[in-house]
Design a protein around this ligand. Structure first.
Ligand SMILES: NC(=O)c1ccc[n+]([C@@H]2O[C@H](COP(=O)([O-])OP(=O)(O)OC[C@H]3O[C@@H](n4cnc5c(N)ncnc54)[C@H](OP(=O)(O)O)[C@@H]3O)[C@@H](O)[C@H]2O)c1
Length: 240
């Protein structure tokens, strides 16, 4: 196909797999991230375009929108992660609690809101926005889970807002996905086993599982599917 696809956070992990999936279809793909070297290496590997951009920085997101062409067909808001995993120890005071919560809200909620706001006018009818939440939103005692839960709530309202323009918005909520940098080397073997044991199919998710779902959401077959959260987790969390 010849769609124009923007994948924020496309330099590694799930975003990289999503970019590769659309590129394999012949789409024009642009990936973003904060680390320009890694981004450029991934872009060269996948034969896609890269633009360095911190999705939580309004000025950088405005610059990104200006650098993109006039049209876009698919926006994948993949940029994010649990910023608590990059902190050492528990917050010592309320200032540190505030900083920790703000960091996860910026990384996982604001990043998608800013990017979507900046490029919405470029999306052509038939286009789609794919937000990426988390199974962590289902028991959100952490700032990461709360941020992803807020993202899912916002996604539903976004769908109502853009539906009349012929656009759809959905959120993919992955369970545990291996082969990513999400855990920053902090996932113990015991916790990994627990996460896999929680699935019905007894295996970890892989970036390709999410890429396949994103590709479906951007297909004609999903044109009446909007405002939804799709759980891709091997049954680790089920819905009615
Ligand atoms: N892996 C899992 O088990 C899992 C489960 C549920 C949900 N998720 C979600 O899936 C998404 C992808 O994560 P992943 O597992 O593929 O981990 P990953 O390999 O760490 O990928 C995250 C990507 O997002 C980019 N990124 C982070 N913050 C950014 C920002 N402010 N602006 C632009 N890019 C940013 C990172 O690149 P830079 O550092 O270069 O910016 C990185 O390429 C995240 O939203 C995560 O919360 C992952």
């Amino acid at each position: 196909m010849n769609r124009i696809v923007l994948v924020t956070g496309g330099g590694s992990g799930i975003g990289k797999a999503v970019a590769a999936r659309f590129r394999a279809d012949g789409d024009t793909v642009i990936i973003t991230g904060r680390n320009p070297e890694r981004l450029a290496a991934t872009a060269a590997e996948l034969d896609v375009r890269s633009i360095a951009c911190d999705a939580a920085d309004p000025r950088q997101v405005a610059d990104l929108a200006a650098e993109l062409g006039e049209h876009l067909d698919v926006l994948v808001n993949m940029a994010g992660g649990n910023t608590d995993l990059q902190r050492s120890g528990e917050p010592a005071d309320l200032e540190q609690v505030k900083d920790a919560w703000r960091a996860n809200l910026d990384a996982n909620l604001l990043s998608a809101v800013l990017t979507t706001t900046a490029v919405l006018c470029k999306l052509r009818p038939g286009g789609t926005i794919i937000n990426v939440g988390s199974i962590g939103a289902e028991n959100a005692s952490t700032s990461y889970g709360a941020a992803k839960a807020a993202l899912a709530a916002w996604n539903a309202g976004l769908s109502a807002q853009i539906g009349p323009k012929g656009l759809t918005a959905n959120l993919i909520a992955p369970g545990y996905i291996e082969e990513t940098e999400f855990f920053h080397g902090q996932l113990s073997e015991q916790r990994r086993t627990e996460l896999i044991d929680a699935t019905h199919n007894g295996r970890p998710g892989r970036p390709g599982d999410i890429a396949g779902t994103a590709h479906f959401l951007a297909s004609e077959g999903a044109s009446h599917l909007t405002g939804q959260t799709l759980h891709v987790n091997g049954g680790a969390h089920t819905t009615r």
